[in-house]
Design a binder for this molecule. Sequence first.
Ligand SMILES: Cc1cc2nc3c(=O)[nH]c(=O)nc-3n(C[C@H](O)[C@H](O)[C@H](O)COP(=O)(O)OP(=O)(O)OC[C@H]3O[C@@H](n4cnc5c(N)ncnc54)[C@H](O)[C@@H]3O)c2cc1C
Length: 320
Amino acid sequence: MIAKDPYLQRYVQEFTEINKGKAFYTSLDGLGDFIFEDYERAVTAENPEQRQPLLDIVVVGGGPTGVEVAGALAEMKKYVIPKDYGDIGGDNIKIHLINGDQRLLNSMSPQASKKAEDFLRDLGVQIWPEKVVTDYDGKIVTISDGSTIRTDKVIWAAGVTGNRIEGLPTAAYVRGNRLKVNEFNLIEGTDNVFALGDIAFQTADPAYPSGHPQVAQAALQQAKCLADNLKRWHSNRAPKPFRYRDKGMMATIGKSRALTWAGRVRLTGFIAWLAWLFVHIFYLIGFKNRVAVLLQWIWNYVFSKRGARLITEREWRLRG
Ligand SMILES: Cc1cc2nc3c(=O)[nH]c(=O)nc-3n(C[C@H](O)[C@H](O)[C@H](O)COP(=O)(O)OP(=O)(O)OC[C@H]3O[C@@H](n4cnc5c(N)ncnc54)[C@H](O)[C@@H]3O)c2cc1C
């Protein structure tokens, strides 16, 4: 079990508990070290049974995070591994993407989901649709249909769980420890406690009867709406109910492909990736930052520069 390994514990910042407290890797910090360490071990593994679980990676969750991570790992296996780990060979690494839903990126249209699936399959990712992970003992992932995958690495991208706070009404908690709020983000069963963003579960918005997506825009817009309503209450004016304005969604897949879904603008492939690049540069603060990041990205893109592959967090002393 990953959580019991004192060395790996240093990397794991957060655990998702499922089935009797088994732990999953849920933080991207140090993930590179974690993967490359296993590949160092794989080079000297004695037999294929020992080597394969060190190589294969399971990503759980087919939302934007899972899709982006699976795409990045697939590119790593295609471009980085053959150069840096010639003995392993990228083709021997399997990247699995397990998704409880029938389609990937289910908050986008079915066409976008299909494109994402095509892009990932093209990169060699094995997609498991409509499958739920029910257990992981640190060595074997068990899937809802009874099948299993042996792997030393599971990346959890299937959602976040809120922290419970003592004193709040237990009846207000719903799935994922989100807090049920009314149209003004007031927590159900309280008269002066508000919840915003990922933790808030609001069904009063007619366009989002199953709650708002857990994305940064929803959090920002709710914060703005509440700030405005607090001023309104203060000056005895009626508050305005929150209505989410969807500004669209983007997801990159690998080095130069993406999906951009914003109103009528629906882009896929390289052009969507350029749009993703533009939006991310545009939202950086300051002209100097924008130019610096853009130049750095162009440099990295053209030269596929990845920096020195140093494993920096390892305790190198011999155990004993
Ligand atoms: C890997 C990943 C990728 C994502 N990519 C995107 C993306 O590309 N686009 C997008 O729009 N959204 C993305 N999201 C979602 C986005 O990050 C969230 O929707 C957004 O951050 C929600 O904002 P928030 O303020 O509600 O919560 P958070 O940003 O999570 O902030 C909550 C804060 O509260 C702190 N906290 C928690 N409990 C306590 C406590 N008891 N006391 C004090 N502090 C506490 C936490 O430490 C944290 O700092 C991504 C999320 C993840 C995990």
